[in-house]
Design a protein around this ligand. Sequence first.
Ligand code: HSE
Length: 336
Amino acid sequence: MRIILVGLGALGQGLLTHLEAQQGRLLDQYGLRIKIVAALDSRGAVVQTSGVDPGALLRAKRSPGGLSTFQPRFRPGRRALEIIHTVEADTIVEVTPTNIVDGEPALSHIRGALKAGRHVATANKGPIVLAMDHLSDLAREHGVFLRFSGTVGGGTPMLDLARLSLRGEPITEIAGILNGTTNYILTRMAEGLEFDAALGEAKRLGYAEANPAYDIEGTDAAIKLTLLANWVMGAHLHVTDVSTQGMKGVTHADVERARAQGRVVKLVARFDGKRASVGPELLARDDALNVAGSLNAITYSTENVGPITLIGKGAGGPQTAAALLRDLIDIHLRSK
Ligand code: HSE
């Protein structure tokens, strides 16, 4: 499979790391040989139709001079759409930062790729939450696959659990911890750290969005709740339908008070089929959603099986890149 990697932040680098480490396993287990024919960051593109070595690309990107040190293949100023239209490839991996206002530039990248008959794997929440139906239709029309399992839960397969493992089982309610950054900050605040220091750590660990206000103000959790409600429960929500309250108002005193009562403050996302909300809640310490650090958790209330809770790492480059890899394997197996 020839891929074009659009975006070389924590996620793009996470994918390169997995590809370097797992080349042999992918070939043995799935007959999948991934060839990176182009990779781009905001400065330009590396293009090599015979495929570039993921490890070499990673080292160049992480070197002081960045991607431009990947010579003689680096082409400064090249833009993704131009590369998507001119470099022969099977799949585009879109991992530029999420933009919830208009989904750009990712929306144009994904639309352009699908129209050009390329499969798309993305963890970019903006275009998927804004245009899921349109993009899915476009993929069908052009006979290609669009996969986005990393948009919710990072590497933890929350969408796949509901859509694939729970096939046929009506889901009546969703409740979850859907943002790793705020959960990490709340956990660290409960350990005595100040908000700013905890946010700094979350940024360094690669959990926070390029624009961390998305995390703190609850927007990221609202986006994920919208994706879940629409994809899993067939709702037609827009992010603005989610009554959203971030964690800005949560003080050290609140966290302490909760602790004294044997409870915890968590940023919880809920959808019961009618009302969608994100906001701080007091949970009992033994609540299934009381997970620590960057962990995410989701409880699906189902009609016949009762509540099912899935817990796992919800943020971070290598974790979310694992979802991209799953999507690439899925595309490979389905398009054979
Ligand atoms: N910023 C997001 C989070 C990344 O903290 O959960 C994963 O979507």
